[in-house]
Design a protein around this ligand. Structure first.
Ligand code: ZN
Length: 144
């Protein structure tokens, strides 16, 4: 084999190996993205399962999950309180039964007829950002 032939072979081997490497990278990237897609499906379904389990917590109590049930209930309670605050900031009051915004002029909810009491003055709310990782557990109202 002449010198030039050897050089040619070597370059061709290198480019073959580069092509093989590129194919391998493409295949790996595709496999990784397929794994990600399956993980997304699992995450979405587990979230749905988790919500169903939470909704049925009364029928299927689970001491292992009790703390998390309480944290979720507290978060739902906090959302309700914040929705009430939004209505108060807008200068109205909130129906305690159906939750709609009711004008301060009305003693009863125009939607469901429930008596809507005058809003209680609330302490000023600070901007508190609760990130998904910050799960706060409360034992009861007196605990911090
Ligand atoms: Zn109502």
């Amino acid at each position: 084999m002449s010198f030039l032939n050897k050089v040619g072979t070597s370059i061709s081997d290198k480019s073959k190996s580069a092509v093989k490497k590129a194919r391998e990278m493409t295949e790996l990237s595709s496999l990784h993205s397929q794994i990600s897609a399956q993980e997304d499906i699992i995450d979405r379904l587990c979230l749905e399962i988790g919500k169903k389990v939470y909704e049925k917590r009364e029928s299927f109590p689970d001491s292992e999950l009790e703390e998390k049930y309480t944290a979720v209930s507290n978060a739902y309670g906090e959302i309700e309180r914040l929705k009430t605050d939004i209505i108060l900031v807008k200068g109205a009051k909130r129906c305690p039964h159906c939750g709609i915004e009711v004008s301060l002029d009305f003693a009863f909810c125009p939607e469901c007829g429930t008596a809507v009491p005058e809003p209680q003055p609330r302490p000023a709310v600070e901007n508190i950002v609760i990130r998904p990782g910050d799960v706060v557990y409360y034992q009861n109202d007196s605990a911090e």
